[in-house]
Design a binder for this molecule. Structure first.
Ligand code: ZN
Length: 183
C-alpha cells in the first residue's frame, strides 16, 4: 500500500468516494487501514485525514485535534476559533447537515493535500453528522467551531471537494508567508 499523501492535481482527490459496507468496515483490511491513517495523520501532523488523500476513494476519514496542537495558539485564537481538544474519531459514510447556514466564520485553513498553502475559508459554525464509527455502529456527531470546520473539510474530501474550491482565493498564501506577515 502506498502511504504517500496525494497532492492537489491527483485525480483521486477529485473523485466521489464510495460508501463502505458493514462487512468491509469490520474487515481486517479496513481496521488496519484505520490504524495506518491515524499514524499518517499524527506524523503529518494534521487534524484530519480522508481516505482519498492516500489514494483510496472510499468514504472513510479520521479526525483528532490534540492538546499538543492547541499549544501553538494563543488563548484569544482558541476562543475566536472555538477550538478545543477533539478525541480520535472515525467517520464512515457520513451525511452532514450545516445547522444554521447563515452562521459562518472565515479563518485560514490548510490541507495536507494542498501543502504548503493556506487560505481563508468560510464555513458553517455548527454541524450535525450522521455516520458509522469504526465498529460500524451508527453515530451522530454534533459539533461547533473548529471541530465543525474539520468535519466539513474532511467530508468535502469524500466528495472530491478541496478547501481551495471554497477559498477566498486572493488570501492564498504559503504557510511561511502567513507566519511572516500576520493578518
Ligand atoms: Zn484536506
Amino acid at each position: 500500500m502506498t502511504l504517500k499523501i496525494l497532492q492537489i492535481g491527483h485525480p483521486t482527490l477529485r473523485q466521489q468516494a464510495r460508501e463502505l459496507t458493514h462487512e468491509e468496515i469490520l474487515s481486517t483490511e479496513i481496521q488496519q487501514l484505520i490504524t495506518i491513517m491515524k499514524e499518517i495523520m499524527y506524523e503529518a501532523p494534521g487534524v484530519g485525514l480522508a481516505a482519498p488523500q492516500i489514494g483510496l476513494p472510499i468514504q472513510l476519514a479520521v479526525i483528532e485535534d490534540r492538546e499538543l496542537y492547541l499549544r501553538n495558539l494563543t488563548q484569544a485564537q482558541l476562543k475566536e476559533r472555538d477550538r478545543k481538544v477533539v478525541p480520535f474519531q472515525v467517520i464512515i459514510n457520513p451525511k452532514i447537515t450545516i445547522q444554521h447556514p447563515n452562521e459562518t466564520a472565515a479563518f485560514y485553513e490548510g490541507c495536507l493535500s494542498v501543502s504548503p498553502f493556506i487560505g481563508k475559508v468560510t464555513r458553517g459554525l455548527a454541524v450535525s453528522v450522521e455516520c458509522l464509527n469504526e465498529r460500524a455502529e451508527p453515530v451522530r456527531i454534533n459539533a461547533t467551531g473548529w471541530h465543525a470546520r474539520i468535519l466539513q473539510h474532511e467530508i468535502d474530501h469524500l466528495h472530491g471537494i478541496l478547501c481551495v474550491d471554497r477559498m477566498d482565493i486572493k488570501t492564498l498564501s504559503t504557510i511561511e508567508n502567513y507566519q511572516l506577515f500576520p493578518r
